[in-house]
Ligand binder design. Sequence first.
Ligand SMILES: NC(=O)c1ccc[n+]([C@@H]2O[C@H](COP(=O)([O-])OP(=O)(O)OC[C@H]3O[C@@H](n4cnc5c(N)ncnc54)[C@H](O)[C@@H]3O)[C@@H](O)[C@H]2O)c1
Length: 332
Amino acid sequence: MRTAIITGGAGFIGSQLARRLLADGRRVLIIDNLSTGRRENVAELLDDPRADCRLIVGRAGAQIEAALRLGADEVYHLAAAVGVQLVVDDPAGMIRNNVSETVSVLEAARTAGAKVLITSSSEVYGKCPRLPLQEDMDLVYGPTTASRWSYGLTKAIDEHLALDFSRRGGPACVVVRLFNTIGPRQTGRYGMVVPRFIEQAVNGRPLQVYGDGKQTRAFCDVRDVVEALVGLMAQPDAVGRVFNIGSTRQITIDQLAAMVIQLAGSSSAVEHLPYEAVYGRNFEDPPHRLPDTSRLQNLIGWQPAVTLEQTIRELIELRRGPMLSGSTAEKV
Ligand SMILES: NC(=O)c1ccc[n+]([C@@H]2O[C@H](COP(=O)([O-])OP(=O)(O)OC[C@H]3O[C@@H](n4cnc5c(N)ncnc54)[C@H](O)[C@@H]3O)[C@@H](O)[C@H]2O)c1
């Protein structure tokens, strides 16, 4: 049976990827230090006698060699410190986590001869003013006094590492830049907007929009994102290249708030908070983020299949509880 390792597999995207690979009949080894991820995210997989899934609790860099010795031929490297709030609170810890763990994963995969997919981020584009964002564009960052940019820089370093290893003796690496991804098991604790809005709307509290609400983003359902990850890992021509993965439907954060309120049938108001009140001084936020996904589409024919309304509707149902959302809970 083919075996895949998912670092960060007890997190939001990793736990969805585990479900997808297990459904394909794969054996899955998850390495997660449970910092932002949770055992509950994968508990049903670990307890399912038909699913060959194992959770190794620990740092990716410390556990990867032993996990590879169990016979894995592919590593999806998702483990990272994620979320604007975490980045602003502890940039040094985030930098150490995101860069040194990646070096260890790449070195171990080279020795074992396993292929690696590295999950980078739209944050690498920084505040690049041209849209849509294309993989070969110049990257534009703000000053080092604005700690937010440190996250994108760590992801850019990860990309350099992966591409360099891939060029010089391996492992074979694929790099993906994920744009805003949404779905079940994403937490709003570290600044993610959709789970925060849903929580606020369902509880009848004001939806807190950071900034003026005119900033735009494009949100992609995690099931679509995971299809792209698996498709790229399987495609030999993806090796040594970088791919954007995300939706190309732009929406302002004010429009998103209105959509969540409407789909939840909520009477919540919308309130705007200055960035400074939330993230402190020197915080910068790119006004727009929109991917060009033609490289991905041309190589594997990928298109997102789930609409934003569908994802939000399902997330609202899930948030309201199993009595109301049993059928949806099984699907996602
Ligand atoms: N969610 C998004 O919109 C988005 C956008 C761009 C990029 N990404 C990238 O996708 C990946 C997954 O993100 P996510 O949204 O699922 O976040 P997440 O926080 O849910 O998942 C990250 C997982 O990694 C684990 N982890 C962190 N450091 C670790 C370490 N040193 N060793 C082992 N495990 C560790 C955490 O416990 C968590 O389970 C990350 O690399 C992130 O940078 C996500």
